[in-house]
Design a protein around this ligand. Structure first.
Ligand SMILES: [Zn+2]
Length: 188
């Protein structure tokens, strides 16, 4: 296995994105109707698949310590999977504590840098379809259900969905640096 250069770890607590518009990607996640998150996350997934197919340097890191588009897309696929798992947990248990997810360790262990872009695209699309299906089945009584991260951040189903949407939209900005990506998702 080739040595993978480390990326600069992202240790920021991103829960502020639930209360303020993100100046970088442009999304006001906290104002997003949770009912629309499934569709919007699906549109974002389609943009990710397009990046994997068409990006001219999908495997290249744009700068030392910064993930390549392929690595970002692999991470985003796992965001869909992990958030769907957390959503399932919140719907079946009362106030569960989520298992820790070390994103940078996962990137190395899962060999994101060596992944096949076509495989990642298919997996990302499948994960998004699963999550969309689950979100479409939610009812009004589901949205206030709660869950917690081990660091003490409290979520409801509604805020988990908002947080999740920001994650996938923000990473589009990480790769494209275009707020348009988020803006085009900003339909009601
Ligand atoms: Zn953002």
């Amino acid at each position: 296995m080739a040595e993978v250069d480390p990326v600069t770890p992202d240790e920021k607590d991103w829960t502020w994105t639930l209360t303020r518009r993100c100046e970088e990607c442009g999304l006001a996640a906290g104002e997003t109707d949770p009912l629309t998150v499934g569709r919007r996350a699906w549109v974002a997934a389609e943009e990710w698949v397009q990046i994997l197919r068409e990006h001219p340097a999908v495997e290249a890191r744009p700068a030392p310590g910064v993930w390549s588009p392929l690595e970002y897309a692999s991470h985003v696929r796992d965001v869909y999977r992990v958030m769907d798992g957390r959503l399932q947990l919140m719907l079946t248990e009362d106030d569960p504590v989520f298992a820790n997810w070390d994103q940078d360790e996962t990137a190395v262990l899962q060999r994101y840098a060596e992944a096949d872009p076509d495989v990642v695209g298919a997996e990302l699309e499948a994960a998004a379809a699963t999550m969309l299906g689950r979100i479409q089945l939610l009812t009004a009584t589901d949205f206030p259900r709660t869950g917690r991260r081990s660091n003490g951040s409290d979520f409801t189903v509604a805020t988990l969905l908002q947080y999740f949407l920001h994650d996938v939209v923000h990473h589009l900005w990480d790769v494209t640096e275009q707020q348009d990506g988020a803006a085009s998702l900003d339909w009601a």
